[in-house]
Design a protein around this ligand. Structure first.
Ligand code: NAP
Length: 414
């Protein structure tokens, strides 16, 4: 039994268990949720209603989520004095599947970012961001429907590891002295310095997840995106370790790009996943110019951050981009945008990002029928031009509705 200081889990729910690395989902799983700050409560309420209705429609009352509210962010700080209470981390870890709205990042005061803290404390090492097009959404490109990619971004290493020292600090002086004196570098005295660690462990567990996903979902390829031509021992190593992992653990179900021509005359054998690699800057062109040639991208932290927003822009922006942070077992699903504070409490912004993150969560739980129903109804609603302000301002002939009305329209279309 897990014990909380200030929380009481719902009595009508059951715990998700894990057996041999696989989740066992009961019919009434307890799922912790964080509403989020700013516009979070608006989009959470809208998303929750749609998810519940989708589940009900799919399973006729046989399955339902026992939602369990947990606290984080500004709302939590105002009520409890803590930005990220221990209870919240404990609940997510214990119940294994959770969902969150956007959180205000506290300025100053020790905590860097609640999202980064959650990812690091729970070791949620894969940030998974699917990017796909919904018909009717305004897009800056000519064939947005070609975009159907899933980005697996390493979540714990790279320049995001939080190892950096500010210019002029005692620490940075020591680091610069050590590097210049002992390692033969020539760093200017007035520099800030950051460290970019990329490990075999971090790379292989991320690439393993990406390849396993490709196999599970019958996808065509996994592309390792790196800047290895310049950063050879970090990004270049990411590429090399990615290929090594594919050879070591997936040799019979993958084809490496070099072998595609040497052994298969350029034709992919059926049922196998192609593993290739691209340099990050070229990849930014490729996602625009040869969109339909790419499928799953596996990248170090910084490339993945840039690339997922760039890809999202091609299909209508961040209001529509879902995300998940996944570890060996625990999955935390989240809207990828921020709290959009100027619209807080106006029931205005697009709940799409959080709702589609909920859809990813249903898929993670194996509740595919409900996930499909929600995605389908979401697509139908947008196609009928009943949309929130962000899409309405870009569409001709659209009917602008509030977030809650948008949710009601989706529910009607289920
Ligand atoms: P933001 O909250 O993402 O908002 C920037 C703009 O994006 C909004 O003004 C709005 O554009 C548009 N937008 C965001 N969400 C939308 C939605 N659901 N529907 C339609 N449009 C949406 O970024 P920010 O203002 O830079 O950050 C605000 C706070 O959020 C900060 O405290 C930041 O640290 C935090 N943050 C949290 C997360 C997270 O929890 N995952 C991520 C990023 C930022 P228009 O004004 O053009 O309508």
């Amino acid at each position: 039994m897990v014990e909380f200081r200030n929380l009481t889990p719902p009595e009508d729910g059951q715990e998700i268990k894990e057996e041999g690395g696989k989740l066992k989902i009961p019919d009434n799983p307890i799922i912790p949720f964080i509403e989020g700050d700013g516009t979070g409560p608006d989009i959470w309420r809208a998303s929750q209603r749609v998810l519940d209705a989708g589940i009900d429609k799919a399973y006729g009352g046989k399955k339902a989520i026992a939602w369990f509210q947990v606290m984080a962010g500004e709302t939590s700080f105002n009520e409890t004095g803590e930005w990220l209470p221990e209870d919240t981390l404990k609940a997510i870890e214990h119940y294994k599947v959770a969902i969150k709205g956007p959180l205000t990042t506290p300025v100053g005061g020790g905590i860097r970012s609640l999202n980064v803290t959650l990812r690091q404390k729970l070791d949620l090492y894969a940030c998974v961001r699917p990017v796909r097009y919904f018909q009717g959404v305004p897009s800056p490109v000519r064939s947005p429907e070609q975009m159907d990619m899933i980005i697996f971004r390493e979540n714990t290493e790279d320049v995001y590891a939080g190892i950096e020292w500010s210019e002029g600090s005692n620490e940075v002086k020591k680091v610069i002295k050590f590097l210049n004196k002992k390692m033969g570098t020539n760093i200017r005295e007035d520099s800030g310095v950051g460290v970019k660690p990329i490990s075999i462990t971090g790379t292989k567990r991320l690439v393993r997840k990406a390849i396993q996903y490709a196999l599970d979902k019958n996808r065509r390829s996994v592309t390792l995106v790196h800047k290895g031509n310049i950063m050879k021992f970090t990004e270049g190593a990411f590429r090399d370790w990615g290929y090594e992992l594919a050879r070591e653990e997936f040799a019979d179900v993958t084809v490496l790009e070099n072998d595609l021509w040497d052994k298969y005359d350029g034709k992919m054998p059926a049922g196998k996943v192609l593993i290739n690699d691209r340099i990050a800057d070229s990849m930014f062109q490729q996602v625009l110019t040869r969109t339909n040639e790419y499928d799953i991208l596996a990248t170090p932290n910084l490339n993945g951050d840039y690339l997922s927003d760039a890809c999202a822009a091609q299909v209508g922006g961040l209001g529509m981009a879902p995300g998940a942070n996944i570890g060996d077992v625990v999955g935390l699903f989240e809207a990828t945008h921020g709290t959009a504070p100027k619209y807080a409490g106006q029931d205005k912004v697009n709940p799409g990002s959080l709702l589609l993150s909920g859809v990813m969560m249903l898929e993670y739980m194996g509740w595919k029928e409900a996930a499909d129903k929600v995605v389908n109804a979401f697509g139908v609603t947008i196609k009928s031009k009943v949309v929130t302000y962000d899409l309405a301002r870009l569409m001709s002939g659209a009917r602008e509705v509030k977030a809650s009305e948008f949710a009601s329209a989706i529910i009607e279309n289920l």
